[in-house]
Design a protein around this ligand. Structure first.
Ligand SMILES: C[S@@+](CC[C@H](N)C(=O)[O-])C[C@H]1O[C@@H](n2cnc3c(N)ncnc32)[C@H](O)[C@@H]1O
Length: 274
């Protein structure tokens, strides 16, 4: 996934394609749950002047964010939804069981995010662009409507999106990861007519081994105006785009705005309220 701040390569490593666990590599390379909890909290407080308590994480994968969410405040609960039973089982073993008593505040559901789910939540989030699996406007609107039904009266739906002219280029973007392996974001194909994209994540190791196509992303590229229009069409009363206004590459400072300077690569958040 597009990320900023590349880190310096590390030479010796315990990681190898022969022993590596792709979910562990993914979490180390792509996920930053502390920052996500910080943003969710900040965006929600700005809207509702209180701390969000209940989170539904769509496309939760290993439920790493759910685990950090319940740890972040007593009284917080999380519902993680993912269609893949294997990734959920990995998450229970590696992220949820480790919570001890706090694990009781996490529920995981194996189902399609478009199916009805229990409860109303302060926040529903779909991060790391997973919702781009929906390739048509009716499919995306149907998903957004399902999410709306899962939001409380004071709820907010939070999404991320990436773009910039480099996001349409075929490219390999390697990034050295702490611990000693290389994560490679592969923007393989972009169809300018349908905006269908095919991206992969590969991992490379210091012993010369590789895990190619560890993850495949067969998505449609969605622009911010398309997404904000579809959220409005799905019935959201207010849709705001949060853009990184920081001039320091090492610091993120997302603020709601309607104007931004064009950039080769950017990552933004969208917050929609019912
Ligand atoms: C890229 S991972 C996201 C992991 C994590 N949430 C993150 O932010 O990095 C995408 C996940 O979406 C799940 N998924 C794909 N289609 C789905 C659907 N229709 N309903 C629920 N989960 C789905 C996959 O099983 C996979 O675990």
């Amino acid at each position: 996934m597009p990320k900023k701040s590349p880190k310096k390569p590390v030479r010796k490593s315990k990681f190898s394609a022969t022993t590596a666990d792709k979910h562990d590599l993914y979490q180390r390379s792509v996920q930053d749950p502390e920052t996500e909890v910080f943003f969710i909290n900040r965006f929600f407080r700005r809207l509702r002047k209180r701390a969000p308590l209940s989170l539904r994480e769509d496309f939760c994968g290993t439920a790493l964010l759910c685990s950090h969410w319940v740890k972040s405040l007593k009284g917080r609960s999380a519902l993680g939804i993912d269609i893949d039973p294997k990734v959920l089982a990995w998450g229970v073993k590696h992220n949820i069981d480790a919570l001890g008593a706090d694990a009781a505040r996490v529920k995981l559901l194996q189902q399609d995010v478009r199916a009805a789910s229990p409860g109303k939540h302060d926040v529903v989030c779909a991060f790391n662009f997973s919702y781009w699996i929906f390739k048509t406007r009716p499919a995306m609107v149907a998903y957004f409507k399902t999410v709306k039904k899962g939001l409380g009266k004071e709820g907010a739906f939070m999404l991320d999106a990436y773009g910039g002219w480099e996001s349409h280029e075929p490219m390999l973007e390697p990034r050295a990861i702490k611990g000693g392996f290389t994560y490679v974001w592969d923007q393989d194909k972009f169809n300018p007519i349908t905006h269908e994209i095919m991206n992969y994540i590969h991992f490379e190791f210091t012993d010369g081994t590789k895990l190619e196509k560890a993850f495949t992303y067969d998505w449609r590229y969605w622009s911010i105006p398309e997404l904000t229009e579809l959220l409005t069409e799905a019935g959201y009363a207010d849709v705001r785009v949060y853009w990184d206004s920081s001039t320091d590459d090492d610091v993120d400072d997302y603020k709601p705005t309607t104007r931004a300077q064009n950039q080769p690569g950017w990552l933004a958040y969208i917050v929609a309220v019912p």
